[in-house]
Design a protein around this ligand. Structure first.
Ligand SMILES: C[S@@+](CC[C@H](N)C(=O)[O-])C[C@H]1O[C@@H](n2cnc3c(N)ncnc32)[C@H](O)[C@@H]1O
Length: 184
């Protein structure tokens, strides 16, 4: 997986429409519906960082982190922010199934075209935090999770599916971390 995406990273921005309005439209629509005003935001499977930078723009007061399994994706994302002395936006290598953050680290966790990691998302989210997952081509990507699996996996992890919809060519979903019961 890392090797595949390391190699894909070299032409990701020119081959995909990752930074375009069309690509980010379902994310933009979903962000307009989240209830939290986040101070800490995480983008899982951030790739070359286009959605992460969009999050930084949408939430100018928030610290925004991007994490990806591929070193080359993270290198390219990091180049876009340079050294960023404020450290408001930064990227690091890490696995969505074993995130390198403590519990309760984020108010908002986002992922665009990435498989689900519900238990880890629930672990790093603060209570009442929200989770946005986007598939830019709806069900037509290998990264989309069918609705029934999505609901079951999220509920098992202690999150409640809250809203979903279509925008442009894609789909978006929002879930909230419920009460105190985080299941293991
Ligand atoms: C289809 S790309 C999407 C990249 C970016 N979110 C975008 O929309 O442009 C999937 C990304 O997920 C990353 N990825 C795959 N498995 C992962 C995992 N277990 N943990 C973190 N990142 C992962 C890949 O390296 C790749 O950058």
């Amino acid at each position: 997986m890392e090797a595949f995406f390391d190699s894909a990273a070299t032409s990701w921005d020119s081959r995909t429409t990752a930074g375009s309005y069309e690509y980010l439209e379902p994310l933009a629509v979903a962000l307009g519906k989240v209830e939290v005003r986040p101070e800490r935001v995480l983008d899982i499977g951030c790739g070359t960082g286009e959605a992460t930078l969009f999050l930084a723009r949408e939430f100018p007061m928030a610290g925004v982190r991007g994490v990806d399994l591929s070193e080359e994706m993270v290198r390219r994302a990091t180049r876009k922010v340079g050294l960023d002395p404020s450290a408001r936006v930064s990227f690091r290598v890490g696995d969505g199934s074993d995130l390198p953050w403590l519990e309760d680290s984020f108010d908002l966790v986002v992922q665009v075209n990435v498989p689900l990691f519900p238990r880890e998302v629930a672990r790093v989210l603060r209570r009442g935090g929200e989770f946005v997952s986007v598939s830019t081509l709806g069900a037509d990507t290998p990264f989309d999770t069918p609705e029934r699996w999505y609901r079951r996996a999220l509920i098992r992890a202690g999150m409640l599916p809250a809203a979903s919809g279509r925008a442009g060519t894609g789909t978006w979903r929002i879930a909230r971390l419920s009460g105190d019961e985080r299941s293991g």
